[in-house]
Design a protein around this ligand. Structure first.
Ligand code: FPP
Length: 267
């Protein structure tokens, strides 16, 4: 994860309009491999190289949070050999990168039903979480064994427990309390969500948190998405006007009304 000063030198990037949190659906590993006559595992392996590159670049660009959709709950239904290979790659990545992650002060987080992970993967993930827990730099979150609807159901279940225990009044439930019951409530909502692989689906990823995210689809397969492509995505993000339900003039602050006023509305 060593940082390369050249990565920061793109003059098209406005430093004051960088996204804080970028979330990525890393799609297209399988197709990347098939196009080359390789098996899907080779695509995932090359995809790990993109993970390395994008994490390094996100850190160099000073993003506060990068969330990567590494394994969905639905992915458990893939062939056993593919699941095993993905778990192995995750373990290998965390093992190899941990020294640099520590050196860069990066905090690793994991969102999802981690109890379903095989024992070794769970141990490796828990080790990375514990070891980096006090780091103060970028947060690198992995959505693992993750599903957004399940996250919402888990939050609702917890809220119901609290209501039955008399700790919370259902009438007082608001967005803030609901959000506080998500898997990683301390993380900011994504500003930018990128999906590679050319499809335009959200695929059960951070459904609650992306309410106001800018969504960008890249036609590239994930193994082809590297440092320069992340920069391009952010350049595109910066060209968009985020309105949070306000008029264009309000969002630009031309009417003197704050942009936070619109966050409860629609975009
Ligand atoms: C989608 O490609 C990608 C995944 C299911 C998993 C992403 C995993 C990695 C990048 C490697 C391991 C992760 C880490 C964090 C080290 P796909 O197989 O659905 O592609 P396809 O749509 O072309 O079939």
């Amino acid at each position: 994860m060593s940082s390369d000063p050249r990565l920061l030198s793109d003059s098209r990037l406005a430093p004051d309009r960088m996204p804080g949190h970028v979330a990525i659906i890393m799609d297209g590993n399988g197709r990347w491999a098939q196009e080359r006559g390789l098996d899907r595992t080779a695509g995932h392996r090359e995809g790990v190289e993109s993970v390395r590159a994008v994490v390094r670049q996100a850190h160099a660009l000073g993003l506060s949070t990068l969330t990567l959709y590494a394994f969905s709950l639905e992915n458990w239904n893939r062939p056993k050999t593919e699941v095993r290979s993905l778990m192995g790659l995750l373990e290998e990545y965390l093992d190899k990168e941990l020294p640099e992650i520590m050196e860069k002060d990066v905090r690793v987080r994991a969102l999802g039903r981690l109890d379903r992970l095989p024992r070794t993967a769970r141990l490796v993930v828990n080790h990375a979480l514990r070891k980096t827990a006090n780091n103060q730099g970028m947060t690198l979150a992995f959505a693992l064994s993750y599903g957004a609807r399940q996250e919402i159901v888990d939050a609702a279940r917890q809220l119901m427990r609290e209501a039955f225990a008399g700790k919370i009044d259902p009438e007082s439930l608001d967005e803030k309390t609901f959000a506080a019951h998500m898997y990683a409530p301390d993380l900011p909502d994504p500003d930018l969500m990128i999906r590679t692989g050319g499809e335009s689906r959200v695929s059960n990823f951070l459904l609650w948190q992306i309410a106001y995210a800018e969504i960008l689809n890249s036609p590239l397969m994930w193994p082809d998405f590297r440092e320069a492509e992340l920069v391009e995505a952010i350049v595109e993000y910066q060209s968009r006007e985020r309105r949070f339900g306000l008029t264009g003039e309000q969002a630009k602050g031309e009417t003197g009304e704050g942009k936070d006023a619109g966050k409860a509305g629609q975009s």
